[in-house]
Design a protein around this ligand. Sequence first.
Ligand code: BES
Ligand code: ZN
Ligand code: ZN
Length: 492
Amino acid sequence: MKFQLATEAQSSKTGILVLPIFENDPSTGSTSSLQVDSGQKSEIVNDYLKENPKFGKKYETELLYSTSEKILLIGVGKREKFNFEICQNFAGLAVKSLLNKTTEMILFLPDVSFKKVEAAVLGIEIASFNTVEKYKSEKQEIKLENIQIVVEKTQNDYMDELKKAQIVAESINLARTLGDMPSNEMTPAYFLKEARKIALQNKLKLTVINEKKAQKLGMGAFVGVAKGSDEPSYILSLEYLGNIKSKEKLALVGKGLTFDSGGISIKPSSNMHEMKYDMSGAAIVLGVVQAVAKLGLKTNVVGVMAVTENMPSGKALKPGDIVKTYSGKTVEVLNTDAEGRLVLFDALTFAQKDLKSTKIIDLATLTGAMVISLGDFMSGIFGNNPEFILKLIKTGREVGEKFWEMPLDEEYEEMLKSDIADLGNIGRGGSIPGAAGSITAAKFLEQAIEVNKTWIHLDIAGTAWDLSSKAYRSKGATGVGIKTLIELISET
Ligand code: BES
Ligand code: ZN
Ligand code: ZN
């Protein structure tokens, strides 16, 4: 998409004007406040709003025609509730409505205090990028090419917001593309190829640990899962050093199961196809590292991605098997479907022991229990540093991503006891099977964290993909967390 920032709409024959309309707020009806040139255009808007005073509810639309121009009104709800997320969705909805109707869109943004240009550009880039249509023979025609964003006259450097949003959107769309790809294409080897491309393009150091090397290093938990699959598997690290004077290094660790059948503890078949999304954590990590490099942030970040499949086979882990992790701790595999925590355990140790990270954030579509707890709108956040957790939650709110803190009290550790090994890979002993499933999974990961290391775990099982239709975004992988993490890394 080509963007142009303007303080007044440049009149154009083909362009469709898009106006945000607040609910119960007569001032937005007066389009002069949005610097639309006077005359018929503002009159038809005013007339329409006079006749329809209730217009303005979130995401309702109305296309108005005058002799020379078309104006799309989009309701954005109450003025005091208008935020980054609604602004992003408003712009996305405009694009989705006009994608096949016009070559040019002129989008008006109201005068607000948050980064509205960043929000709008993200909304536009995400809505115009449809990853699930890729496999259909008949595709929607796309006409839209040019976008004018009209803002009030200020000293604000909206150009910076525009450039940043384009980089962030590119990463989100990368994670969406990889997530939506079927597992017969999106294999661990394909993921490695993508990581290699990004490493080359951005001069990043890529380290590849294949299964043989992992075996030699003693990464028994990762190898245990990987050996059930015929595809070669990898633990990858992608390092960006933007501040060599600092000893601080943030590791982002992602679960990269390109398919999770459950293994021998096989999943029911009804929604098993959705388990192609079980590599979302790793795709998000790849996206964030790419964006951090493109933005040239003055900080050190290393992405660690554990990429494999969980398959039932003659070589697969069996319930009751015992594996020795890279940390030295032994694990009794009570359920082979709790594979994410196994591969992450070794990846977390690798991030600390070999890559010398000082802070760790892991992202994983880890548990169905997380979806039971928080549904599809919030990700669970766990960790050992309350300030860091609060900071991430607050940063998320600013960019329209929601995280809810979950407990990690010591009582839960009891549930991971094994009769025969240091740990069992599932929580037991609750009053119902699977009790506190997302917490016991997080508690398991915590056992891989060294003393004094700041750590956050994000369980994105409910938020990493969305198969419900949204007016402002096509279905599929969401790239959740990318906005928040880039913002968080920029601020520290
Ligand atoms: N990848 C799944 C978790 C998942 C399920 C994510 C549904 C999104 C939607 C994970 O590997 C898994 O299967 N977890 C098990 C753990 C259980 C066996 C303790 C689960 O949640 O059922
Ligand atoms: Zn599983
Ligand atoms: Zn899984």
